[in-house]
Structure formats: structure tokens, C-alpha cells
Design a binder for this molecule. Sequence first.
Ligand code: SF4
Ligand code: SF4
Length: 184
Amino acid sequence: MPLVPGRVCGGCTVCCSELHIEAAELKKLAGVRCPNLDGGGLCAIYATRPGTCRDFECGWKLTATLSDAWRPDRSGIVLIPKTKGNPPGFQEGTGVQIVLLRREALGFPELPGAVAAWVRTRVPLFLTLKAPVGLLAASAFLNTLVEGAVRRQDRAALIQVLEEMVEGLSRRKLEPATFGSAPR
Ligand code: SF4
Ligand code: SF4
């Protein structure tokens, strides 16, 4: 998928901390700041960074309809393109994992409208709440739960479902994250 022209990471380094990376050159759990990230927010091994880093672009850099406020370090939400594991009836390669880096990010005002637009266009969505380091983040399929609210254009109901989902995710018993456990 092409990058949105002119959209750059700038001061954001979220993916260098929040992604689980499991490459020959670098293994780190989600939530652990990469040791290669220097004090200025730059990658000290940029030219030779692992393929995982080279290939990753978050959804904000790929989606022209999202405003600059969606930059993950500002919104508290990182959108991870999901290339497999979509439920039946949804096209493979089109999914989005909506990762809340903190619970309060659910209050980001542009989130409900984006969720509604994606649900209408059959983009499979998974809501994920960041987990403490060492645990696998809980995640849940979103579309079926909000379809009614989206159809009725009921923003309040949509927000309520999202809040209930986050509450449910926050109560889940989390499995330990280990290398080889492939959290996404
Ligand atoms: S999360 Fe997105 S904007 Fe932030 S550093 Fe990673 S790719 Fe760049
Ligand atoms: S190796 Fe570089 S690009 Fe990859 S996570 Fe670390 S700092 Fe970021």
C-alpha cells in the first residue's frame, strides 16, 4: 500500500517501542523501547535495521483520510495493518488492528467516525488494548458488535460499545508474551 505523500513519522517513535519484534538481528517484546533508538529518536542502525522494521508502516502513514491528529504519539492509537486472520466473509489483507496505547485513547474524538467508515466499507477491525510488558495484549473483533450502531448512525451507541469492549479487554486474563508467540 502506498504511503500518503508528505506524511512522515516526524517525532513519533511509537512502533520502535510498541511492536513485538522477532528477527535474527533484534528480538524485543512489545512495550520495550528498542535499544537501537537513540536519544534523538533516530534509529542508530537505520541502514541495516531488521526487515520487520523496514517493512512496517503504521496505518496512519497509509491512510489519506486520517488527519495529522492521528499520529500515534499524539492520538495514543497505533493502527497496524493486519494481513491475515480475518474472519470469514472479510477480504484477506484488508484488516486493521486498532491498538489503544492507553485506555484514555478511546476518547480520541476522530476514532468513532473512522470506525464507522471502516465498518461501512467492510474493513475488518480488531480492537487491542496495550498490555503490560511481558504479556500478550488482548484483542477482539469489532465489526459485528458495532454494525447496528453504525447502521443507525448512532455515535453514542457506537462509543458505548467501544467502551464496553475496552472494559472487557481490560478484564481479560493475559497470556505471557514469549518469542514465538506471534502476538499479531
Ligand atoms: S508508529 Fe507510524 S508514525 Fe510512529 S514511528 Fe511508527 S511508522 Fe512512524
Ligand atoms: S531497529 Fe531501528 S527501526 Fe527497528 S525498532 Fe529499533 S530503532 Fe526502530
